[in-house]
Design a binder for this molecule. Structure first.
Ligand SMILES: NC(=O)c1ccc[n+]([C@@H]2O[C@H](COP(=O)([O-])OP(=O)(O)OC[C@H]3O[C@@H](n4cnc5c(N)ncnc54)[C@H](OP(=O)(O)O)[C@@H]3O)[C@@H](O)[C@H]2O)c1
Length: 324
């Protein structure tokens, strides 16, 4: 396969490149890297340099992985498709378009086909959530879901990660005051991610709710989300309360979840999930307030399963279809 990576110097792009190094199974012929600033990269034993985007630059590629934000995807993904390239897009640009696929391979890889043009990778907090939810949906039927996410700073990109590190150092060295009125991520919890509508949900919450319904193919699912940015460097955590249609025991819930996630006792935590490809679940326990209602805790590396690993899994599925 001739593979392109747009945003190769960003957090997701770099994680994708290190995955390619580790997962030597993906059949790569040519690798073409793109970014805004041109930088040298040593990857898969090759000395490469990133290049700028242009219509000609897509010629001859089979698959191109986009992770350079919504604006770049809106402008350039259709250009790549024109050149016969299959696009796997990490941005939110096309996720909810009714004619575009939104894929988490453990849930809906069966929708992939040779005809696919732009395939969206879901939002990072949605991916880890639906991997666990679909196990429950299959075995017991989901009635309702409420999720509170505790999202790491790497989810906001390279610049946000660097600012958090610098600001944390400044506070620890007493160069900056801990008390502040400004919205600062260091040693803080910010109860909104993305634009916020007064008296309603923020953008990240809307993404979790609508993307989950689409991926699980449950437009009627009662799902509500509240998202919080926390000062973890990497891996998103989620507190999930769910109700199922069929009565189940704790053992039955764990057995069903274990087919798709790693259930750890008493619980997994964010730094433990760092650099792991799996989704981890723990603290499953009954909610005494309502019949068939439960709590659980989900953790996963947002740069891996939440972005690059999910994208590479999609590319692997496509490679199987194309090479059949
Ligand atoms: N971070 C996550 O956990 C995560 C998870 C799921 C989805 N996503 C999505 O993935 C995308 C990338 O996220 P990220 O965290 O990797 O961001 P990032 O660290 O800020 O990296 C952005 C990348 O995009 C490149 N870029 C920006 N404008 C460009 C342009 N006009 N032409 C070519 N390249 C351009 C940058 O190149 P330069 O180095 O030259 O500036 C850089 O390589 C976003 O859409 C984000 O929403 C992120």
């Amino acid at each position: 396969m001739n593979l392109g990576i747009v945003g190769a110097t960003g957090l997701v792009g770099k994680t994708f490149l290190s995955l390619l190094e580790k997962e030597k199974t993906f059949p790569i012929n040519e690798l073409r890297l793109f970014s805004r600033s041109l930088s040298p990269c040593f990857v898969l034993g090759r000395n490469l340099s990133t290049q700028s985007l242009s219509p000609l630059a897509f010629e001859g590629l089979d698959i191109c992985f986009f992770s350079a934000g919504e604006e770049v995807s809106r402008k350039w993904a259709p250009v790549a498709v024109e050149k016969g390239v299959i696009v796997i897009d990490n941005s939110s640009a096309f996720r909810l378009d009714s004619d575009k696929l939104l894929i988490v391979p453990e849930v809906n890889a069966h929708l992939l086909s040779r005809k696919a043009q732009i395939i969206s990778n879901p939002n990072c907090s949605t991916i880890q959530l639906v991997v666990a939810l679909q196990a429950l949906e299959k075995s017991f039927g989901l009635q309702s879901v409420q999720v509170i996410s505790l999202q790491s700073i790497s989810g906001a990109g390279r610049q946000a990660l660097e600012s958090l590190k610098q600001e944390s150092l400044d506070i620890l060295q007493e160069k900056t005051s801990y008390k502040t009125e400004k919205i600062s991520h260091a040693f803080n919890c910010i109860p909104s991610i993305g634009s916020l509508t007064k008296g309603s949900f923020c953008k990240e919450e809307m993404k979790i709710m609508s993307e989950s319904k689409k991926i699980l193919n449950r437009p009627d699912l009662k799902i509500s989300a509240f998202t919080v940015r926390v000062p973890c460097l990497n891996s998103h955590s989620e507190v999930v309360r769910f109700s199922v249609k069929k009565t189940a025991s704790l053992q039955e819930l764990e057995d069903s979840l274990m087919k798709y996630v790693r259930v750890l006792s008493p619980y997994p935590h964010a730094r433990q999930a760092d650099q792991e490809k799996e989704v981890f679940v723990g603290r499953i326990h009954k909610d005494p307030c309502e019949k068939n209602s439960w709590w659980m805790w989900i953790v996963s590396d947002n740069l891996l399963k939440g972005a690059s690993w999910n994208g590479l899994q999609i590319a692997q599925e496509l490679a199987k279809i194309i090479n059949k």
